[in-house]
Every structure is written in structure tokens, then in C-alpha cells.
Write a protein that binds this ligand. Structure first.
Ligand SMILES: Cc1cc2nc3c(=O)[nH]c(=O)nc-3n(C[C@H](O)[C@H](O)[C@H](O)COP(=O)(O)OP(=O)(O)OC[C@H]3O[C@@H](n4cnc5c(N)ncnc54)[C@H](O)[C@@H]3O)c2cc1C
Length: 414
């Protein structure tokens, strides 16, 4: 037996669930296919995961009517402090300089996913098909749809027919493969260790990012007393540190991060994630698009992956809504819409992917001669307000906003 939908979204992670929420008021029938049961208890890794949301992303969650459900757990980033181990050149950015209450917010991933899933559960036009794993697809060009085959946990298979298929199934997207879309993968040979620390001194809403020759370490405000740590290291070092005792681990982190927040105490489990950049060759093909990590998975150094993904999702929903407003029978899989969406999103996707990769390569490797360039890079940013403002705007998700505030460069030893 098969079921018919206007749109099937494969992948109920942050990107897919955000898109399904954004589409729910279009009057279209939507299926959200997710491999993992929605009610699976979060493991220790997931409990420690946080995401830094740009100011612009808060506005998008407000549009979805979801910010109110998330705000209680959101730690505002009032200041950004970027430094380099053992070098001059510090970049400081203050939210007040941009007349904003915060540059962005740090949220537990669990808070976001729970808010999205609670909303989806209350939406009759969205069928959550979970747990069910996408396996394959068949195109039916005569009838204008794609048939997707999924496997339930019991082994039973299920078929859905859809006019538009959205692949939101992560960096190793099966949908991307089944659509025959190629992807370029650049392995950074690094892992990001995530954990929670409690610093001796109050973070005061400051997000710290410190570049070292091995990779960046970020300490982000999480609660009043704790910080989310995201520490990037060559894979081998990361594996050794994950296996080290708590005392050895925190001593090493302290040595790398320095004393700016006083003594650090470990306050959460350690998890680690392999890092690679994955960029799809095309984001739209006939009756299908890729969003989120399925289309572009980025290094977390610039904290841009989800911020970019939600813009993909909400722009697609807005373009579709606009077409439906004048034609209630509008086909959501129309090539015109999908190609228009891919074209509209390309500049933002390229800019963010290139900016993130440039930061990683400039600051996070041991290529001889780059050390001075790294110092010059940060020093340059501190001297050139226009450059620093550009970085701040990208971090806030305001890269398209008009002129920045007056100069406020700081320099100093790290
Ligand atoms: C350590 C770390 C820190 C980060 N920090 C930030 C940050 O501060 N700010 C930021 O903006 N971004 C950050 N990111 C990036 C961000 O986490 C991702 O961009 C975002 O989670 C992508 O979400 P997604 O929904 O596209 O993919 P995923 O989270 O990978 O979700 C994919 C979903 O698809 C499901 N799925 C997979 N295969 C199938 C299948 N065959 N059938 C059905 N379902 C399937 C999976 O179960 C999963 O639920 C960070 C990433 C890392 C690794």
C-alpha cells in the first residue's frame, strides 16, 4: 500500500524538522520520514550538544512561532572574543555596537529538537513517518511524482508517493545518492570534542574562540555558570584526549584555552565528531532538493551549519507560499520553483562555505609559514573595522544588512 503526499521530507533532524514546521501552514500534505524514533531518550552526547544561533536565526524561529518555546534555555552571546595562542591580535565584537541585545544565542540541541517535534506532533497536515529508513526511489514521470521506499523497524517496507522530495538526511545523505547527485568531500582529518565546563570566573555572556595550530577551541556561554566547549583537534589527538582521564583532559584544555576564565572544571560527558566539508554538486534536480547537511556540511569553526540550513528551509517555504497564494493548485515539485530556489540560495551557500573553509585552513593547520599569516590575519581584523564587521555580520546572520557601527578595534597580547 502507498500513500500520496505533496511533499516528503526525509530526515527529521534540525533542518528537516524546521522545514516541515515552516510548510505546515501551506495547506499541502507533508510526510516527515525519520530513521530514529522521535521518543528515543537523548544519549549523553546529545545532552551535551549545543548550537550557536545567529541573531538572524532567532528572527526565523520567531517567524515560526517557536522562539517562545526555546528562549528559556537560550544563553545570549553579548560579546565575541577571538584570540590566537601565543600571538598578538585579538578581535572583540560587542552586540551593543550593533544596537542588538545579543550577537546570537547558544541553545541545547535538545531544546530545539523538542520544540520542533512538539510543534510537528500538533500539526495534522504533517505525518511523521518514524522510525522509518529511506531506502530507494523510483521516478514516475508520467504521473509527475517520485515514489520512495522506506523500511520500518520491523523490516516491513512502506511506499510514499510525493510531488516534491526533500533530502534533509545529513552529510551522508542516502537521498542524495539515490537522486544521483554527486558530492565533493574534503576530510579535515580533525574531530570536534564537545563537552560542558564550569569556569571559575563568570563568562558574562562572552563567547571565546581561540585558534591554536592544532585547531580552534570555543567556550560558549551555556547557562549562567557553565560553558559549552567545542574543541577541534587532529583526529588522533582527539581520540587520545577522549580516552584520557577527566583530570588529564581538563588540564590539557586549560593549557590550551589559558586563564581568561580562571580554572575550568569538567561538568559534562565528552563526545566527538569527525569533521569534513561535504558540498553537493547540485541542490535541485527534477522534483527534488537537498537542504542542510545533505546539501552542505561545514566545519563548526564558524558555527554556521545550522544557521545556513534554516535559511535554506525558510526561503523554500516562503517561495512556495508565494506561488500558492496566486495558484492554490501550484505543483510544489515544479522545476521553475526548485531551480529558482537553488539559484536564490547559491550565493549565501557559497559565501558561508568558503568563509568557513578559509577560517579553518588559515587558523587550524600546521602548514609551515602560515603561523605568521594567522597572526597577521587576526591582527588585520583588529585593525580593519570593515573586515571585522564583515565577520561579525556573518556570525550574526546579517551579512546582507547595511553599513556597520563605528570602529571599535582592540589589540593586545594573548
Ligand atoms: C560539533 C559540532 C558543533 C556544531 N555547532 C554549530 C553551531 O554552533 N552553529 C551552527 O549553526 N551549526 C553548528 N553545527 C552544524 C549543525 O549541527 C548542522 O549543520 C545541523 O545539525 C545539520 O542538521 P541536518 O538536519 O541537516 O542534519 P542531521 O543533524 O545530520 O540530521 C539528519 C537526520 O536525518 C536522519 N536520517 C539519516 N538517514 C536517514 C534515512 N536513510 N532515512 C530517514 N532518516 C534518515 C537522521 O537520523 C537525522 O535525524 C555543528 C556541528 C558539529 C558537528
Amino acid at each position: 500500500m502507498s500513500r500520496d503526499y505533496d511533499i516528503a521530507v526525509v530526515g527529521g533532524g534540525l533542518a528537516g524538522a524546521s522545514l516541515a514546521c515552516a510548510l505546515a501552514d501551506t495547506g499541502l500534505s507533508i510526510a516527515l520520514v525519520e530513521a530514529v524514533p522521535f521518543d528515543t531518550p537523548a544519549d549523553a552526547n546529545m545532552q551535551a550538544r549545543t548550537t550557536a544561533l545567529a541573531w538572524g536565526t532567532r528572527a526565523l524561529f520567531e517567524q515560526l512561532g517557536l522562539w517562545g518555546d526555546m528562549a528559556r534555555d537560550a544563553a545570549p552571546i553579548k560579546r565575541l572574543h577571538v584570540s590566537q595562542q601565543g600571538r598578538f591580535g585579538t578581535v572583540r565584537v560587542n552586540a551593543a555596537d550593533y544596537d542588538l541585545p545579543a550577537l546570537g544565542y547558544v541553545l541545547p540541541n535538545l531544546t530545539m529538537i523538542e520544540a520542533l517535534r512538539a510543534r510537528l506532533a500538533a500539526m495534522p497536515q504533517v505525518d511523521v513517518v518514524a522510525p522509518a529508513r529511506f531506502e530507494s526511489l523510483v521516478r514516475d514521470e508520467t504521473n509527475g511524482h517520485i515514489e520512495i521506499r522506506c523500511t520500518r523497524e520491523t523490516g516491513a517496507s512502506e511506499t510514499l508517493r510525493t510531488r516534491l522530495l526533500v533530502g534533509a538526511d545529513g552529510a551522508r545523505s542516502s537521498v542524495r545518492g539515490a537522486l544521483g547527485i554527486g558530492a565533493r568531500t574534503d576530510d579535515y582529518h580533525q574531530r570536534a570534542i564537545i563537552t560542558i565546563v564550569e569556569p571559575e570566573r563568570a563568562h558574562g555572556g562572552c563567547a571565546y574562540e581561540r585558534f591554536t595550530p592544532d585547531g580552534p577551541i570555543a567556550l560558549l556561554p551555556r547557562t549562567r555558570a557553565s560553558c559549552a566547549a567545542v574543541w577541534t583537534l587532529p583526529s588522533e589527538c582527539a581520540e587520545q584526549l577522549c580516552a584520557a582521564s577527566d583530570d588529564d583532559f581538563i588540564a590539557e584544555m586549560q593549557a590550551v584555552f589559558g586563564e581568561r576564565l580562571g580554572a575550568l572544571a569538567l561538568a559534562g560527558p565528552r563526545g566527538s565528531y569527525p569533521l569534513a566539508r561535504v558540498l553537493c554538486e547540485r541542490a535541485a534536480v527534477e522534483r527534488a532538493v537537498l537542504i542542510g547537511n545533505a546539501g552542505h556540511a561545514l566545519h563548526p569553526a564558524a558555527a554556521q551549519g545550522f544557521n545556513l540550513a534554516i535559511r535554506d528551509a525558510l526561503v523554500l517555504a516562503a517561495m512556495l507560499r508565494e506561488r500558492l497564494a496566486t495558484d492554490s493548485e501550484f505543483d510544489p515539485g515544479s522545476a521553475d520553483l526548485l531551480n529558482g530556489w537553488a539559484e536564490a540560495r547559491r550565493p549565501d551557500q557559497h559565501r558561508v562555505a568558503n568563509f568557513t573553509d578559509a577560517i579553518v585552513r588559515l587558523f587550524s593547520n600546521r602548514i609551515p609559514g602560515l603561523d605568521h599569516a594567522r597572526g597577521a590575519g587576526l591582527f588585520g581584523l583588529s585593525l580593519l573595522p570593515a573586515l571585522r564587521d564583515d565577520m561579525a555580520r556573518r556570525s550574526m546572520g546579517l551579512a546582507v544588512a547595511p553599513a556597520g557601527p563605528s570602529s571599535n578595534a582592540h589589540e593586545g597580547s594573548t
